[in-house]
Design a protein around this ligand. Structure first.
Ligand code: ADP
Ligand code: MG
Length: 223
């Protein structure tokens, strides 16, 4: 279904609110296998995007996402800033100046964006990074018949959970080697929060699509 900037702006707002609401959880995850700043980094970036959003009202959806990506690069910092920034900048570029986003256009643009994210992080799925959520979500998005929002949200959550068992091979967590196992990857969880917030928004506020219900401590203990 075509999706214009007028519809995209509140969605972006909702995604930012969801990430900001999980700042503490994201920071705690990064405390276990990183340097305890992922939540703060993402909060800073999402607050900046939220502040600038009203100024982007006249932009096409692609340009709006590119601006959001640039803002993330400039404000998030850390490893995740350039990675999430690249994701949204390339997603925006791929969508071009079309007045509305279509499902087919989104799948194509996301595919291109992921090529850029892999290159930027010199990373691929299986290395305990945000790609471990983004790749399976992208794969499901391309399925025919079209995957449901609930299935997409569930895929993102399960993929974030699956990073608990992985050994980190990129970023700070990789310095821990085998000791990185047993913890969820912070960037994978923020990616799942973003995907689930998009699904929740498109599902018109269906709370069942949120990932905020995921109890990380319990998930990690169970493993
Ligand atoms: P930093 O590690 O610089 O403190 P953040 O804490 O904000 O940055 O982000 C850490 C997250 O970034 C990790 O959980 C992981 O998902 C992601 N990440 C780190 N390095 C890479 C990489 N080379 N490729 C893909 N993702 C990465
Ligand atoms: Mg960090």
């Amino acid at each position: 279904m075509p999706f214009t900037s007028r519809e995209l702006a509140p969605l972006v707002e909702g995604v930012c609110a969801e990430v900001i609401a999980h700042e503490k959880e994201l920071t705690e995850l990064d405390r276990a296998i990183g340097d305890a700043d992922h939540g703060l980094n993402m909060e800073r970036g999402c607050k900046a995007v939220r502040e600038r959003l009203p100024g982007w009202a006249e932009l096409a959806p692609g340009a709006l996402l590119s601006e959001a990506g640039k803002t993330l690069v400039m404000t998030v910092g850390g490893a995740s800033g350039p990675l999430f920034g690249t994701l949204f900048m390339r997603l925006g570029q791929g969508l071009g100046d079309a007045a509305a986003i279509t499902r087919e256009g989104l799948v194509l643009a996301l595919g291109e964006a992921l090529v850029a994210v892999r290159a930027r992080g010199r990373a691929q799925a299986g290395q305990k990074t945000l790609l471990d959520v983004l790749e399976p979500v992208y794969a499901r998005l391309g399925e025919q018949p079209a995957v449901s929002l609930a299935a997409l949200a569930a895929t993102a959550q399960a993929a974030a959970r699956a990073t608990i068992d992985l050994r980190a091979e990129r970023g700070r967590a990789s310095f821990l080697g085998e000791r990185s196992r047993g913890h969820m990857d912070p960037g994978a969880y923020s990616s799942a929060l973003i995907i689930c917030a998009v699904c929740e928004h498109l599902g018109k506020g269906d709370a069942a699509l949120r990932s905020g219900t995921m109890d990380i401590k319990q998930e990690e203990d169970r493993k």
